[in-house]
Design a protein around this ligand. Structure first.
Ligand SMILES: C[S@@+](CC[C@H](N)C(=O)[O-])C[C@H]1O[C@@H](n2cnc3c(N)ncnc32)[C@H](O)[C@@H]1O
Length: 430
């Protein structure tokens, strides 16, 4: 329904509105639990007038959705400029041509109303209340369509949804990953216990509705946790992973491995990061927090050797396969905490010419940063998804012999407040 009204219209040409109209108004709304039961408590939510999205202000994402895209970019530019000003100049932010439907990873939580209607959507921030979502302007459209149809299948197969508060029920979440270039689609069905009734018929029915699905995985998560995926997995259909292409390389992506959510912007980000590393083919490179090996593998033909480290064992397995798949022989992978690994390298008297580091949102830690200083690379290329923790880590590195040369913000997350930045540091006196 909203596709015609919102998605298509605004993909073509987002309407830039008068600034005054973005000003938010306060609306009093009653809270409902997953069964549609009115709760006594009332909550004030800030809702923008005539939002592009019917659940804007309720789901907690897309804080900037109703702001013209140019203005979003300006806001992010300003934020990064301000935070990094003590360290270096910030170049112009790299934006998207079409800032909609970019998310290749889509998650929906399942529940039901009091009348038994199955709903799927997103938790209202900090609660177990499900905000029903049919489609989302930043998510892949195929993923949203699959999730809607799974909702209908649950009804026909009489499968009960899981209740986070009581622990009763079965069906918890769906995770869909799509390959932007390959078109491959992974569907992960997350259950509270291992048995999916009429499993084969369910898979058959889902594949009939969506022949584009290339793999279906059953994941069991019986823990009271905010984590979506549990430990145990069974492949119900296909290979159990998808592949996608980035910067001319093929990457295998498993359900639990990290993969950047915006493929179009990731290619720009990686190209910029590798350009800033100024590789000549002679360098010993470290790719820290390497995920499925992407940055190091893409940079490998410009370096003598690459040493990659990552904590998640599934991602390391993918990375090893990815090196083979792309015929790359000068990259080695280690499964370890990046700080511990770097400290070991430093203690063993090893060195490196260039360090790529791409830590999670919380940034790096002193163990890692002090080891970087000991390893004494000529250049450090820091890829960050939070300019606040980037600024904190730059403070450490610039106090310990490094100078930040430039920073480039990349808009990986349009419509949200988040911004990615790649920052290059040079060793002083090198
Ligand atoms: C922002 S992702 C970047 C991954 C990869 N560079 C990419 O672009 O796809 C951060 C990665 O760091 C990993 N990670 C988190 N904490 C870590 C740690 N202490 N040591 C090593 N890797 C860690 C995560 O599993 C994740 O794969």
């Amino acid at each position: 329904m909203a596709e015609k009204k919102t998605g298509k219209k605004f993909v073509q040409k987002p309407k830039f509105r008068n600034e005054k109209k973005y000003k938010t108004d306060k609306t009093e709304v009653k809270k409902y639990n997953t069964f549609g039961k009115k709760k006594a408590e009332k909550k004030i939510v800030v809702k923008s007038e005539k939002s592009l999205c019917p659940v804007h202000g309720k789901c907690g994402g897309c804080q900037l959705l109703d702001m013209p895209y140019e203005k979003q970019l300006k806001q992010k530019q300003k934020q990064v400029n301000k935070l990094l000003k003590p360290y270096c100049n910030t170049e112009k932010i790299i934006g998207m041509e079409n800032p909609f439907h970019y998310r290749n990873k889509v998650h929906a939580v399942f529940g039901h109303r009091k009348d038994g209607t199955v709903i799927s959507g997103i938790y209202q921030q900090g609660t177990h209340f499900i905000v029903p979502v049919d489609e989302c302007l930043i998510e892949d459209k195929r993923a949203d369509a699959i999730i809607r149809d799974i909702r209908d299948l649950l009804k026909s197969f009489k499968i009960k949804t899981y209740n986070e508060d009581t622990g009763y029920g079965l069906f918890r979440h769906v995770l869909v990953r799509t390959g932007h270039h390959s078109g491959q689609v992974m569907v992960v069905l997350v259950l509270g216990s291992p048995i999916l009734p009429s499993k084969n018929n369910f898979v058959k029915a889902l594949r009939k509705l969506h022949p584009e699905i290339t793999t279906i995985i059953l994941n069991v998560n019986n823990q009271k946790t905010s984590m979506i995926l549990g430990e145990k997995e069974t492949v119900l259909y296909g290979k159990g992973y998808i592949e996608d292409e980035l910067c001319g390389h093929i990457f295998r992506i498993s359900s639990k491995s990290f993969y950047q959510v915006n493929t179009v912007q990731t290619e720009k980000l990686y190209t910029k990061a590798i350009e800033l590393a100024s590789l000549t083919g002679k360098e010993r490179v470290i790719d820290a927090y390497c995920g499925i090996g992407t940055i190091g593998l893409i940079a490998s033909d410009k370096a003598k050797e690459v040493i990659s480290v990552e904590l998640n064992p599934d991602a390391v397995k993918d990375a090893i396969v990815n090196a083979k798949r792309n015929g790359i022989k000068n990259v080695r992978f280690y499964q370890n905490d990046a700080g511990v690994f770097m400290r070991q390298m430093a203690d063993e008297g090893e060195s490196a010419d260039v360090v790529f580091m791409d830590p999670p949102r919380s940034g790096s830690d002193e163990k890692f940063l002090s080891s970087v200083v000991t390893l004494n690379p000529k250049r450090v290329v820091y890829v960050s998804c939070d300019p606040t923790t980037l600024a904190r880590d730059l403070k450490y590195l610039t106090k310990h012999g490094y100078s930040a040369v430039t920073a480039v913000p990349v808009d990986m997350f349009p419509a949200t407040e988040h911004v990615e930045t790649v920052c290059c540091l040079h060793r002083v006196n090198s």
